[in-house]
Design a protein around this ligand. Structure first.
Ligand code: FAD
Length: 433
């Protein structure tokens, strides 16, 4: 009899809660990963950066396991089918994994759990990808927070060493099942191609985090940690990162709290992930569904250099600096008055660090319909934002080299006209409440 450990958003052997619990049992552990065809079949881009990133992370895990005479088994299938194959091959006692909170993941886990129950196999899941999950940081009356600052205060007050303690998974590494290596299905057999570009390293530099507060808003330099993708796929442990943040920068720690805030919001208000505004009144805004303007925004051809630089950085690398994400998102929703859900979907397709909760929460924030206290009539002025955060045009010139030539397009709309149009449209929507 063996136990299974199922990797999902936790692609590391070190400090992994579910894996630690699996390895402490009597039975040996077979680690598995499933390239889920329910998800992959929906991806149009064959050189998807996320798929390449996952593939490389699995190769690293496999290399470590092989050295110990063990192996990872990787399936390319639906999760239920993959488990049916496992049931045909092994006598399984228990299955271990880590909590995955997204709506699709919850349905997937329920289906697998039911299948396992039919075979009297228990399914154990653990908190791993966050310090505090859905209901651990709540208001005193037991209801969820809907504003960030008090949530963050409570989050930080609740934090202690217990929550940051690492799981010493490495001590139990001999408990993996000894088996001849299995091959990971190649990207080509799954219909994908290797995406170009290199991925950010999975370690943060102390100096960068110590200077984070001063440098995080300057897109022309590497002033942020680029940990998004590692947190998304669990190639870095949130506990270890939060330990460093606590020591080096409370401002950086606060960013990690934002991540948990939006996950908490999605859990308690799942309708926001299904196309609804957090503030329902904003669903009355009459958006312009203008495909030509949207296309110009996507391609970085709006004639607003900071917006275009951001979109081009996204298209070329799968990353966009946070300050510029805010500017481009606001520009789409407010200047172009295009439904923020179109932008949300575009980011979801392109971002290497794409995360449903963070992307949705931030898009709603930028469109003014999310959970925050800033009134909708505060509209980013791209020119002033440039003066403040990229005064020497370092970031802009990197991505828009034709800036001062005739090849560069005229502004898609004048700022003042866009501003007035937006204010009127939002005002009208709110009057319909
Ligand atoms: P750092 O500044 O080094 O921050 C460290 C980590 O803190 C990030 O990796 C992230 O996990 C977390 N974090 C920081 N800011 C936020 C925030 N505002 N909300 C939630 N978590 C945060 N972040 C995603 O992880 N996935 C997304 O899909 C995503 N979409 C976004 C869409 C828009 C319109 C905007 C404005 C922001 C979005 N963000 C998203 C938040 C933020 O821009 C990125 O987390 C950040 O730019 C990633 O770069 P970094 O790792 O260098 O961040």
């Amino acid at each position: 009899r063996i136990n299974i450990f199922w990797f999902r958003r936790d692609l590391r052997l070190d400090d992994n809660a579910g894996l630690y619990h699996a390895l402490q049992q009597e039975n040996q552990v077979l680690p598995i990963f499933i390239f889920d065809t329910n998800i992959l079949d929906q991806l149009d881009e064959k050189a998807d950066r996320r798929v390449t990133f996952i593939f490389e992370a699995l190769e690293q895990i496999q290399a470590t396991l092989e050295k110990k005479g063990s192996t990872l088994r990787v399936y390319y299938d639906t999760p239920v089918n993959a488990f049916k194959k496992l049931l045909d091959t092994y006598t399984i006692d228990k299955v271990f994994t880590n909590h995955d909170y997204e709506p699709y993941a919850r349905e997937r886990d329920q289906a697998v759990k039911e299948l396992l129950q039919q075979h009297s196999i228990s399914f154990h899941t653990y908190k791993d990808q966050v310090i505090f999950d859905k209901a651990e940081v709540m208001k005193d009356d037991g209801t969820p927070y809907t504003v960030f600052t008090p949530y963050s205060r409570k989050w930080q007050a609740t934090l202690n060493d217990f929550y940051l303690k690492s799981y010493p998974t490495h001590k139990y590494i001999r408990n993996f099942l000894k088996e001849a290596p299995h091959r990971i299905p190649s990207l080509a057999t799954m219909g994908f191609k290797e995406a170009n570009g290199h991925f950010p390293p999975g370690a943060v530099k102390e100096e960068l985090i110590r200077q984070y507060e001063q440098q995080r808003d300057i897109p022309g330099i590497t002033g942020t940690s680029h940990m998004g993708v590692h947190l998304r796929f669990g190639t870095v442990s949130i506990r270890k990162l939060a330990q460093k943040a606590q020591e080096w920068s409370t401002v950086y720690l606060n960013e990690l709290v934002w991540r948990e805030f939006y996950q908490m919001i999605l859990w308690h208000f799942p309708e926001v992930g299904k196309g609804k505004s957090f503030k329902p009144a904003y669903d009355h805004v009459r958006w312009r569904y203008n495909e030509a303007d949207f296309e110009r925004w996507c391609k970085g051809q709006t004639g607003y250099p900071i917006v275009d630089a951001g979109m081009r950085e996204l298209n070329a690398t799968g990353f966009m600096h946070n300050r510029v994400r805010m500017i481009t998102a606001s520009f789409l929703a407010k200047h172009l008055l295009i439904d923020w859900r179109w932008g949300e979907a575009y980011f979801a397709e392109k971002l290497l660090d794409y995360d449903l909760a963070a992307n949705n929460g931030n898009w709603q924030w930028a469109a003014g319909c999310g959970c925050d206290a800033v009134p909708y009539f505060r509209i980013f002025n791209p020119t002033l934002q440039t003066k403040k955060f990229d005064p020497q045009l370092i970031y802009i010139k990197k991505w828009v080299p034709e800036l001062e030539t005739l090849d560069y397009p005229a502004p898609i709309i004048q700022h003042e006209i866009a501003r007035k149009r937006c204010l009127e449209a939002y005002k009208r929507a709110l009057q319909q409440q």
